[in-house]
Design a protein around this ligand. Structure first.
Ligand code: SAM
Length: 287
């Protein structure tokens, strides 16, 4: 995980969850694996004694508690069972991310929130594939597709090579009719993605069986149901501006060092080549 991503999720916890540290919350991390060369994890951000953290990934590994038998159908997890779903740097690796979004919608409790971050640009990095980049309008479209409320959505334009986008969306506390509508759309979504990652073709949904309607008692809404968006976006903009300013200062300070280290002749050629007109971006801008 990139430090900029960890920093954003830490800001999410501080801004959104600081008043809930003593209340029991269940947290699901989608794409939770700690991968090679990236030791950071979101887990320590959710270590309040009253909180329970579960890591889900399609690969078994470090920081993974659940590996669903089907990438797009998490039968191992109950509906309406998590107050918070977090996902970082996973959505760009999910071929059919809209199907994953529907599973996130299913497992969230009414009034629960999902916080998803993924790069807006940056080089290819496969886990095991690298399919997508996301901007604020794209993440807002995911929330619309689910019928969720957008609390905050933000792209870190110009910060670094990843220009990550982050979305905070809430599952509404729906009426029974609205819950059934979601259940019907989920059923169709599952039927459409069936076959793409099914290990056992026998488990494909039967399109003639019709959608399963959710006729049980609606579960108790999450305690997070009244959270208000806005301050988090302000905080993110503050972090973005601070980071860009810190880069500018580092770049200014680093230039003489680079110049001193380079042989005079090479330096002359480099300077002639770079200035003017091409602005040069040093490696340290790419965190
Ligand atoms: C770049 S790693 C990010 C891991 C961690 N969240 C971080 O920020 O360091 C992407 C992770 O997404 C997982 N992944 C890929 N496809 C997935 C899917 N369909 N559902 C859940 N996780 C998936 C990969 O196995 C991998 O562990």
């Amino acid at each position: 995980m990139h430090t900029s991503s960890h920093e954003k999720l830490a800001a999410f916890v501080t801004t959104y969850l600081r008043d809930f540290r003593d209340q029991s919350l269940t947290i699901l991390d989608v794409g939770s694996q700690v991968v090679a060369d990236q030791p950071l994890s979101y887990k320590p951000l959710f270590n309040a004694p009253a909180w329970t953290y579960t890591g889900l990934d399609v690969e078994a590994g470090l920081n993974v508690d659940v590996v669903p038998a089907n990438d797009y159908r998490w039968d191992e997890l109950g509906a309406d069972s998590f107050d918070v779903v977090v996902s970082g740097q996973a959505f760009e690796h999910i071929p059919f991310f809209w199907a994953t979004a529907f599973e996130i919608g299913r497992v969230l409790r009414p009034g629960g929130v999902a916080v998803i971050t993924a790069p807006g640009r940056g080089p290819q990095h496969r886990f095991p594939v690298d399919c997508w980049r996301f901007h604020d309008d794209g993440f807002e479209a995911i929330a619309d597709y689910l019928g969720f409320e957008v609390l905050d959505v933000f792209t870190e334009w110009g910060r670094n090579m990843w220009e990550e986008t982050i979305l905070v969306m809430r599952k509404p506390v729906w009426s029974p009719a609205e819950r059934n509508r979601f259940a019907t759309r989920l059923w169709h979504q599952r039927a459409l993605s069936a076959g793409f990652s099914e290990p056992d073709p026998g488990s494909l949904p039967d399109p003639t069986s019709g959608p399963m309607l959710d006729e049980g008692e609606p579960p108790n809404p999450s305690q997070l149901r009244n959270l208000v968006g806005g301050p988090f976006t302000e905080q993110l903009e503050h972090l973005r501006v601070q980071a860009i300013e810190a880069q500018r200062i580092r770049r200014e300070a680093a230039k003489p060092l680079h110049v001193r280290l380079i042989h005079k002749g090479v330096r002359r050629r480099l300077v002639n080549f770079l200035e003017p007109p091409a602005p040069f971006v040093w490696d340290e801008d790419l965190d």
